[in-house]
Ligand binder design. Structure first.
Ligand code: SAM
Length: 270
C-alpha cells in the first residue's frame, strides 16, 4: 500500500512514543475513545487493548478497509470519513447512567494529518461539550504556538482560542526519524484537558473569538491600530481601555485572556 503524502501519512514507528501517547490519555477503560487517522494502527492496537469502545476515523479507503479486517473480531468501529465532517456528538455514548455520572464524554487521540492540524483543533472546539480530553500529535511549530503563553512571540489567535477551550500541556517532541517515512519537521504531542473559560471570563464564545481575531489581525501592530482598522471609533476604544485597565499600546500577544476579556466586555457595555 503506497504512502499518500497528500494525506499526511507519516506513520509512527517509535514504540515508546506510542505507549506514552496512550498513557497520556489516563484511564480509558469504559471510556469512548475516538482516534483520528489510525493509519496502520500504530496507536490503535494499544488503544484496543485498553478500551472496549474505540472508534477509529480514517479517510483513506484502503487503510480503512485493512483496519476493518484487522480488528474484525474486536470491538473497534472503523469509520471511513473525513474527520472534519464527523459529528462528534453523535459518537458519544448516551447511556443515561453514564450521562448522570458525567462519564459519557469522549477521549480523542491522534497522530494528526498535519495538513489540517488547525482545522481539526477548531473542529474539536466546536464539539467541546462532547470531549473531556485530547492527546494529539502535530508539527512542533504548531504545537509551540498552541501552547505559547501570553507575552511570547508565538502567542497568537490559535493559542488564545485553544486556551479558551482547554488547558494545554506540551508532553514531548519527536524527531523526524520517529516516523516512517520521516516528515520534514519535528513533531510534538499536546494534551488538551477541556475546560472552557467563557463563563468565568464573562464572555460569549462567538463574539469574543471574533474580537480576538480583530486584535491579532496584524500581529506586529498595537491593539489600538488593530481595533481602529476593525472599525471601532478611537474615542470608544480608549474609554473602554481605561475602564478595563488595558494598555492600547500593547500588542495582542502581550495580553492574557483575562485582560482581553475585560476590554471586550468594556467595549460591549458588559
Ligand atoms: N495514527 C497513524 C500513526 O501514528 O502511524 C497514522 C498517522 S498519519 C500522520 C495521519 C493519518 O490520518 C493517515 O492514516 C491518513 O490517511 C489519515 N487522514 C488524513 N486526512 C484525514 C482526514 N481528513 N480524516 C481522517 N483521517 C485522515
Amino acid at each position: 500500500m503506497p504512502q499518500k503524502a497528500k494525506l499526511g501519512q507519516n506513520f509512527l514507528a517509535d514504540h515508546n512514543a506510542r505507549v506514552r501517547i496512550v498513557e497520556a490519555l489516563g484511564d480509558i477503560s469504559g471510556k469512548t475513545v475516538v482516534e483520528i487517522g489510525p493509519g496502520k494502527a500504530a496507536i490503535t492496537e494499544l488503544l484496543a487493548q485498553k478500551t472496549s469502545r474505540l472508534i477509529a476515523v480514517e479517510l483513506d479507503r484502503e487503510l480503512a478497509a485493512s483496519l476493518r479486517q484487522r480488528f474484525a473480531e474486536r470491538p473497534v468501529r472503523v469509520i471511513e470519513q473525513d474527520i472534519l465532517t464527523v459529528d462528534l456528538d453523535s459518537l458519544r455514548n448516551h447511556d443515561e447512567k453514564l450521562l448522570r455520572a458525567g462519564d459519557e464524554k469522549l477521549m480523542v487521540v491522534g497522530n494528526l494529518p498535519y495538513y489540517i492540524t488547525s482545522d481539526i483543533l477548531l473542529h474539536l472546539f466546536r464539539y467541546h461539550d462532547a470531549i473531556s480530553r485530547a492527546v494529539v500529535m502535530m508539527q512542533r511549530e504548531v504545537a509551540d504556538r498552541v501552547s505559547a503563553a501570553p507575552g511570547s512571540s508565538d502567542y497568537g489567535v490559535l493559542s488564545a482560542t485553544t486556551q479558551l477551550y482547554a488547558r494545554v500541556e506540551n508532553l514531548m517532541t519527536l524527531p523526524p526519524e520517529a516516523f516512517s517515512p520521516p516528515p520534514q519537521v519535528y513533531s510534538s504531542v499536546l494534551r488538551l484537558t477541556f475546560a472552557p473559560r467563557f463563563e468565568d471570563l464573562g464572555v460569549d464564545a462567538e463574539g469574543f473569538i471574533a474580537f480576538l481575531r480583530q486584535c491579532f489581525a496584524q500581529k506586529r501592530k498595537t491593539m489600538q491600530n488593530n481595533l481602529r482598522a476593525a472599525g471601532y471609533e478611537a474615542a470608544v476604544v480608549s474609554q473602554a481601555a481605561e475602564r478595563a485597565g488595558v494598555s492600547l499600546q500593547a500588542r495582542a500577544e502581550a495580553l492574557p485572556l483575562e485582560e482581553s476579556a475585560r476590554l471586550y466586555r468594556a467595549l460591549h457595555g458588559r
